[in-house]
Ligand binder design. Structure first.
Ligand code: FAD
Length: 381
């Protein structure tokens, strides 16, 4: 049996940020990933400024390296489209679009290159965990067993491991579902602008068109999972119907071609609840349901949570204290950083979902530039 101080489960943005933040800790860390990198992750590919800022906090040179080596498109505007009217919000630092295939591989490569204390296991899903009293025993599908004083659970949406340790059960009310595909030949895109198209019936879901550095677009559509039964048609059909029935989109997509498969994934919305720590564990990213309930963005909070979890993990190891009280400090710090915005956004999400006509009022308000700039805050993370 291999013994670690800390085991990180999942090498997405949350897990890699945790590993990178532990690189100078001198601790024995195991990073377990079920896939083999480079691997793709279904996403809109919008990498917001919180992701970049967290990377900068971990190591400022990583941001320079990202900009030099990874194909990314700087985004400074968000266009909100409702009833054929476009409201454009300008940001000084919204972030980038970058294919997750490349972004995640970049983070993972940094871990492999710089984290000498991190043993990386790829194609090695953790399939079973059990408390050992003073930590956790973890097993993979071949039955190999590992032990750790502390586990950082970062294995994405619908994590059965997070459900196991917290006792939380899966609820459609807390999830969105979305699909995306890469398109070439979409007309009328602006390289620095991401587009979010809204319809009352799908809110908080939307259809997005995100321009990528290579001239293609990441196009996707999603909605609240509990609304699915209201719609007639599959999510793929609804997305195509939207594009074909909207006079502007139809024209813009007239010669567009799908250049990838159309794939879907889950969006665990944060419902203003934080349940991400306990005896010998901390939960990060989608596994802790940290996704913004309005924008659907989760990479930034995943990276921030991974970084904060690592910071408190070092403290726990130094004090040999892995109790729920000790790991709670991570949860409290994370709450301090993001609860205020989540609370507001979740409130807005709930109100508009119940009274979608609010979107009509907002669209009138949105014609006032000053007020429109206030709405901007909903989209910056
Ligand atoms: C369609 C769609 C569009 C989205 N668009 C955006 C967007 O534009 N911008 C944005 O910020 N967010 C977006 N998101 C959300 C974003 O993808 C997530 O918030 C983000 O990936 C969370 O990172 P993570 O590290 O927590 O989880 P993940 O990125 O899911 O990484 C988890 C990792 O754990 C691995 N794993 C899983 N199970 C195990 C196991 N048992 N053992 C070992 N490894 C395991 C997985 O293979 C994976 O590599 C979107 C999500 C969807 C579904």
């Amino acid at each position: 049996m291999q013994i670690f101080d800390i085991v990180i489960i999942g090498a997405g943005p949350a897990g890699c940020s945790a590993a990178l933040s532990l690189q100078h800790s001198g601790l024995r860390v195991g990073l377990f990933e079920k896939d083999q990198f480079p691997r793709s992750k279904i996403c809109g590919d919008g990498v917001c400024d919180r992701s970049i800022n967290t990377l900068r906090t971990i190591n400022p040179s990583y941001v320079d390296e990202f900009l030099k080596t990874v194909s990314s498109q700087c985004i400074s505007k968000t266009a909100l489209v409702y009833k054929s009217h476009m409201y454009t919000l300008e940001f000084s630092n919204f972030g980038y679009t970058c294919k997750r295939y490349e972004f995640d591989n970049f983070l993972f490569s940094l871990v492999q290159r710089d984290c000498k204390n991190v043993e990386v296991f790829q194609q090695n899903p953790i399939t079973r965990i059990e408390s050992s009293g003073n930590g956790y025993l973890l097993a993979n599908q071949s039955g190999d067993v590992y032990s750790a004083s502390l586990i950082l659970i970062a294995n994405g949406a619908k994590s059965t491991i997070a459900q196991f340790v917290t006792g939380n059960v899966f609820s459609k009310a807390n999830y969105g579902v979305a699909i995306r595909a890469y398109y070439s030949g979409v007309k009328g895109m602006h390289a620095d602008t991401i587009e979010l198209h809204y319809k009352k019936e799908y809110f908080p879901g939307y259809l997005w068109v995100f321009p990528l550095a290579d001239g293609t677009a990441n196009v996707g559509f999603g909605y609240h999972m509990q609304d699915a039964e209201k719609f007639s048609g599959t999510i793929q059909e609804l997305m195509q119907q939207w594009i074909q029935s909207d006079v502007h989109l139809r024209e813009r997509f007239a010669h567009a071609q799908i250049v990838s498969s159309l794939q879907g994934g889950l969006i665990p919305y944060n419902t203003n609840t934080f349940n991400c720590s306990g005896n010998n564990y901390m939960i990060c990213g989608d596994a802790a349901s940290l996704i913004d309930p309005i924008s659907g963005g989760g990479i930034g909070s995943a990276m921030l949570s991974g970084h904060l979890a690592a910071t408190y993990a070092i403290e726990c190891c130094a004090k040999h204290d892995f109790s729920a009280e000790a790991t709670k400090k991570y949860e409290e710090h994370l709450k301090k950083r993001i609860q205020k915005e989540i609370k507001t956004r979740y409130y807005i999400q709930q109100k508009i979902s119940k009274h979608p006509s609010v979107l009509d009022i907002l669209s009138i308000i949105g014609k006032n530039t000053k007020l429109l700039n206030r709405i901007k805050r909903w989209y910056v993370k």
